[in-house]
Design a protein around this ligand. Structure first.
Ligand SMILES: N[C@@H](CC(=O)O)C(=O)O
Length: 478
């Protein structure tokens, strides 16, 4: 390329040759080639994933500067550039599609180039003039995509969990517990197999859901512990080639301080690089949560069904007109959206499992897919749960009369008669009630199976729907 380009572009060179880059761009030639190679989804890297990569680069620049592996002024300029990105600048410079080069080298080089070019500017030099600060020799000193990207997925996962999913789960659990107290005295008919079952308390349904979510939160905490063990320092193949002996330990300490989380160096660098088990583990816990969350959102839709032709035991808050053609229709849109997000998370989990088994020898090159799917799953689940809580759970009201009417009309009330008249007699009473339309009470009295006082005591909905306390001995309470 002999012609002098105009000032709107600059020339950059890599091992494949020269290319023109817009002068204003902070990314460089390797990023440009990647954008041309991967025009796949139009989806750019998640902010949290960019943050994770930038935090790693900040930590490595600090430690490589302290160890005199890179010049002090270069280290400081890279750190300043990293801080600027973390503060929200240059976000439009991370431009490589999420479906990209195996292992994530393209996104990684995008990060290295943006930091190098901004560091050059800070040092008074020109973008693209990589002598003073090079994306490969300085920003990437002692690193490889192969140890940086698995670390970035770990850090991105931890950031997303603490910023999005855990606070959302806490909010949902609290909202459900408040509803449990509010609806504690509302008796409704249980339904099993979608048929009449024994009575339950509506409040207890909400308490059960709070408990289910709280157990999922514990599983996610436990499963995410592995994300805190970092193989950073393994460089290209998990041997640590081209790193200073003190780098590996120090960089993990600095990164721990930066994200305020107790991280540790991996006991075996090759294992940390090859195995995607920590991500499968967290994704599995997310799938597990999504499975129950979808079930809860389906239950909410069932219980709210109607208004004239369904259960309508509860009312979900109407948040928008439901129909483009049917006036006055309000649909359970927040619960519907929740189910779809849960299905997406399960799909992402399946893809993560396939990507994780596709590693070969020293490296798993499917990491870009794992990075996007895992962090996106955490974030969309967190955002979904927060929106569901704010726009649906907190505003749910109970239709007490309707709940009670179903409970009183349930054929399964006859279950309470088993200990007094036996299962077969009780079944005959139920059958006759269904055939004749007479009440269970009336048939039992007509048949002389029990007297009125006994029946009144046994067919007590409050008592039937109360949870039997756990006791191991008389006089002991739980
Ligand atoms: N993923 C690259 C290494 C790197 O980008 O640092 C490779 O193994 O070829």
């Amino acid at each position: 390329m002999n012609q002098q380009p105009d000032s709107s572009v600059r020339i950059e060179r890599d091992s494949m040759g020269d290319r023109l880059i817009p002068s204003s761009a902070y990314y460089g030639i390797q990023t440009l080639r990647a954008t041309e190679n991967f025009p796949i989804s139009g989806i750019k890297p998640l902010h949290t994933y960019v943050d994770a990569c930038i935090l790693i680069k900040k930590a490595t620049a600090i430690v490589n500067g302290e160890l005199s592996c890179i010049p002090q002024d270069v280290s400081k300029a890279i750190v300043q550039a990293a801080d600027e990105v973390l503060a929200g600048k240059f976000r439009d410079q991370f431009v490589v599609d999420v479906y990209q080069a195996g292992a994530g080298t393209s996104h990684h080089m995008n990060v290295n180039e943006v930091l190098a070019n901004r560091a050059l500017e800070i040092l008074g030099d020109e973008k693209g003039n990589y002598k003073l600060v090079s994306p490969n020799d300085h920003v990437n000193y002692g690193q490889s995509t192969n140890d940086v990207i698995p670390t970035a997925i770990r850090i991105g996962g931890l950031l997303a969990l603490s910023k999005t999913l855990h606070p959302a789960l806490e909010g949902a659990i609290q909202a459900l517990e408040e509803k449990a107290v509010q609806f504690q005295d509302t008796v409704r008919s249980g339904r099993t197999h979608m048929q009449d079952a024994v009575p339950v308390r509506l409040g207890e349904n909400f308490r059960a859901w709070a408990h289910i979510l709280s157990e999922h939160q514990n599983r996610i905490y436990t499963n995410s512990g592995d994300l805190m063990v970092l193989g950073l320092g393994g460089s290209a193949a998990g041997t640590g080639m081209n790193t200073h002996p003190q780098y590996r330990g120090r960089v993990v300490t600095v990164l721990s301080e930066l994200i305020d989380c107790p991280l540790e160096p991996a006991p075996h660098l090759m294992a940390a690089m090859q195995s995607m088990a920590p991500f499968v583990n967290v994704s599995g816990a997310l799938r597990n949560l999504a499975t129950d969350l979808a079930k809860i959102s389906h239950d909410l839709r069932l219980m709210d069904s109607g208004p004239k032709t369904g259960f309508k035991e509860i009312q979900l808050p109407p948040v928008q007109p439901g129909s483009s053609i049917m006036p006055g229709k309000y649909n359970p849109v927040m619960a519907e959206m929740t189910s779809m997000v849960c299905f997406q998370v399960m799909g992402y989990d399946s893809a993560i499992a396939l990507a994780s088994l596709a590693g070969q020898l020293e490296l798993n090159v499917m990491m870009p897919l794992i990075a996007y799917n895992l962090i996106h799953s955490i974030e969309i689940l967190g955002n979904t749960i927060a929106a569901l809580t704010e726009r649906c759970l907190t505003g749910i009201t109970a239709n007490q009369e309707r709940c009670l009417a179903f409970a009183e009309g349930s054929l399964a009330l006859v279950t309470a008669l088993n200990p007094h008249i036996g299962y077969l007699n009780a079944a005959a009473v139920a059958k006759e009630s269904l055939e004749t339309g007479k009440s269970l009470r009336q048939i039992v009295l007509e048949k002389g199976l029990m007297n009125e006082a006994e029946l009144a005591e046994v067919l007590n909905l409050e008592q039937m729907s109360a949870i039997v306390p756990l006791k191991y001995q008389d006089g002991e309470s739980d």
